[in-house]
Design a protein around this ligand. Sequence first.
Ligand code: NDP
Length: 471
Amino acid sequence: MSTDLTTYDGLLAAINDPAGREITDPATGDVIGCTHEGTVADIDAAVSAAVAAQPAWASRPVAERNDLLNKAADAIEASAEALAQLLSREAGKPLNGPNARFEVGACAAWLRANAAFVLEPEVLVDEDGTHAELVYDPVGVVGAVGPWNWPMMITVWQLAPALKMGNAVVVKPSEYTPLSVQGLIAVINQVLPADVLSVVAGDGAVGAALTDHDDVDKIMFTGSTKTGQAIMRSAADNLARLTLELGGNDAGIVLEDADPKAIATDLFWGAFINTGQTCAAMKRLYVPESLYQEVCDALVEVAAQMPMGVGLDENNVLGPLQNKQQYDIVARLVQAAKDGGATVLVGGDPQEGQSGYFYPTTIVADIDNDNPLVAEEQFGPALPIIKYTDLDQAITWANELEVGLGSSVWGSDLDEAKRVAARLEAGSTWINKHGAIDPRVPFGGVKKSGYGLEFGLEGLKQVSVPHVISW
Ligand code: NDP
């Protein structure tokens, strides 16, 4: 029986498995629905079907695949409100602000952007009777494994370029947000041929069955450094290609000539987007002594204007932590800051007995650079602000961790900001903004934040195999 995927009830009915595992709303504890729990056998079946479907998909003209990506974006837009409600309930994120509706909108935008990219053959040599061209062929079957924080958007980051380049894709969502990803893929699959895109929900062992699979030629992984390392080891067996987008602990550096009031709102969202549960969110902020008090005051003032609560309430722009494990990490790190003598300017004190994994918006000052809240990734709504007196020292602090995903520099003199940006060890450095991603601009990490790039033409190349043709 087909259901109407443009309504919340229809979408949920299409993916709900009454015999499966209950999924609860992290804001209320209410049961949303039940997810099918896939097995290793389901992974084997999905990969076999993908292997069989991929050649016909790859043999279509790229214009046809682009057309279907645009139709998938149309389908997402037709189901946008249903998808946003499902995402809001399952991930806890508010409908408004840079949250659930924003995420669903980004899914459609990323599909359209990928449909519009043109990856031309590269002419390498064309002289004296010698010619060589580099073209990009499909890899084959792509295994896509993602996290729970931006479950729909990150899945689209993985599948859109892969499908465009003629690959088949098997997705394994996080066990915390399986319904959102299954809902998204049910909507997209209304327009794609059978077996080109499939999803198998399940735990880490099901994820490992996908990433270890001999017939998976490329793995797109977003998640923790630890899991990324495990995937890299297992990929050695069949030499699967890898794109690893791993954790980060992004630094922001405010320069002496910044205007605290003018940058406060962008600083806030740089740190607190998705209630801090964002890989490339600003997770530690370095501020010169001369501006320290003003920046702290301006951030506290912005924080006071940002309501936190249940996602389906239209007023809220911040929500709960998505799961207990992440709540405990944030609580432990804020406690470490208190124990270390730091000053909690706002928040830091969750209410006893409340339902949901709400941790209040927390801003911490007078904190040492080696405090765990600075040195470890909090992945939640708690920002440490570290005072510096010497810019070189701040740059050293920004660079001294093992990770390097994003970073930012905040100041009025663009040339000076660019000079500082060039000294930061990160895959992306933003000036006067943080975490501003764009489907045309490559994104990826250095050091233990992973390797490989997503987005733009570079992203297309990474779900392809290079093929040189010479004559
Ligand atoms: P995990 O690494 O725990 O999980 C990510 C995904 O991998 C999940 O789908 C998980 O399944 C699956 N998985 C677990 N074990 C294995 C395995 N052995 N082989 C294959 N797949 C496996 O990360 P989280 O979900 O906890 O996400 C949070 C982390 O992700 C943070 O550290 C954050 O920094 C990082 N992150 C990075 C981003 C980036 O772009 N660089 C973006 C977003 C998050 P299951 O859930 O069932 O265990």
